[in-house]
Design a protein around this ligand. Structure first.
Ligand code: AMP
Ligand code: MG
Length: 408
């Protein structure tokens, strides 16, 4: 089943983008070294290019036969012979005959003589030609999400444009009779729709393109229409309406689209009622663009409506699926660890993801829970910067214990 699923969880297509616009996009082609890296033996310090063997006896005095700055031709007209040195700058090609660079800090210069007070091993402060990569080597593989370091690699091989996977379009459908748009006056019994916006931000940060649908009431006909619209996207996210309440209709309406449910709950808090499944394309819903093969499906999540539940379940369950649709090479979720500042007491039974503040520096990472009113407390969660993960079998965790953190 896993293979069958992953065949469906594929990107829609490829497009050419400017390197300057490529941050966060997923590479759709291999990036090869167009030359050797480095293209010449590169000095990594300002100092003197020498033959290391000349420094067996210290101090050693060598005659300086020239100067090589960054940008100098790699085939310098002189060769370093025994007893000789050349002044050299960081980034310059080490001249033939030299095998090390002595840092200028360990030298003193008088006219064309340099006296060196510290020994050195052959190879020190020189990066050999082609030691980072040979011409033709693969530097980046398709599926890499472009961060600043990957962008540096693309720039270094002289590519102002590159092929990336098209971003998956992710439909967001918030549900609930009490939920209203953020730009209209609201009655005291109504709640502004924050989930569509937090989800849009999470989708963007995971490499997708959010498509906001109108808010669905807790009424099957209109919900059905909007779900049908949402199934035209590459992934559909619903929020609300997945709990056990009388008006929690999402699963029931999805079932009308021949939905297959992979799970309808998780032993976590917040986020327990989270639902994941897929709908065969054409089952009462228009086929999504590019999904023509028989057996194609559109995947959906029913995320719980409580704002923090929505946020946490997206990170745990939706982000990996979205990354697959974006063409990213699969990876595991990464949890950091920090010491607990003060004791935590909680209830047994569910794995908890509690908003917390990670602070400290270097080897002193510390974490403290924020005070909150439960999974509707957006303000407390916004003041936090991570979630402390509490295992289901711990009622009490003492100050000073290490706890895993889901960082956002
Ligand atoms: P539900 O999962 O539909 O039972 O909703 C759980 C809680 O989340 C209720 O208090 C809802 O009012 C709230 N809620 C549901 N949808 C949203 C939304 N889009 N934005 C903000 N709060 C919501
Ligand atoms: Mg609801």
């Amino acid at each position: 089943m896993v293979e069958e699923q992953s065949a469906n969880l594929r990107p829609r297509g490829k497009e050419l983008v400017e390197l300057l616009d490529s941050l966060g996009q997923v590479l759709a082609e291999p990036v090869l070294a167009d030359r050797n890296f480095p293209p010449f033996p590169r000095a990594t310090r300002d100092g003197y290019a020498v033959r290391a063997a000349d420094l067996a006896q210290l101090p050693a005095t060598l005659s300086v036969i020239g100067e090589i700055k960054a940008g100098a031709a790699a085939d310098a007209t002189f060769k370093i012979e025994s007893g000789q040195a050349a002044a050299i700058m960081t980034g310059a090609p080490a001249p033939p005959g030299s095998d090390a660079v002595v840092m200028v800090e360990y030298t003193s210069r008088a006219a064309d003589q340099v006296t060196i007070t510290k020994g050195i091993a052959a190879g020190d402060n020189i990066v050999p030609i082609a030691s980072e990569a040979k011409r033709g080597d693969k530097l980046l593989s398709p599926g890499v999400r472009l961060d600043h370091a990957a962008i540096a690699v693309v720039a270094s091989v002289g590519r102002p444009r590159l092929l990336v996977y098209s971003k998956p379009r992710v439909a967001i459908l918030s549900t609930g009779d009490e939920v209203v748009d953020i730009d209209v006056p609201l009655a005291p019994n109504q709640i502004r729709n924050s989930n569509s916006y937090s989800l849009a931000a999470q989708i963007q940060s995971a490499g997708g393109e959010p498509v906001l649908l109108p808010i669905a009431p807790d009424e099957p006909e209109r919900l059905r229409e909007l779900i049908a619209d949402g199934l035209e996207a590459d992934l559909l996210l619903l929020t609300g309406g997945v709990s056990m309440g009388k008006y929690d209709l999402v699963e029931q309406v999805l079932a009308q689209f021949q939905a297959e449910f992979f799970f309808t709950g998780a032993q976590i808090q917040p986020g327990r009622p989270v639902v994941f499944g897929r709908v065969p394309c054409g089952a009462g819903a228009p086929a999504r663009e590019g999904a023509s093969a028989p057996g194609d499906h559109t995947y959906f999540f029913g995320l719980p409506g409580n704002p923090v539940s929505t946020m946490v379940t997206f990170e745990l369950f939706t982000r990996p699926v979205l990354e697959a649709l974006a063409g990213m090479t699969p990876r595991k979720l990464v949890f950091l660890h920090a010491r607990l500042k003060s004791e935590i007491k909680t209830k047994l039974g569910l794995k908890r993801f509690l908003p917390a503040i990670l602070s400290g520096e270097f080897e002193q990472a510390e974490v403290e829970l924020v005070r909150w009113q439960g999974s509707g407390d957006i303000a407390a969660t916004a003041a936090a910067n991570c979630y402390a993960v509490i295992p289901p079998d711990r009622e009490r965790i003492a100050a000073g214990e290490w706890v895993p953190l889901l960082v956002r």
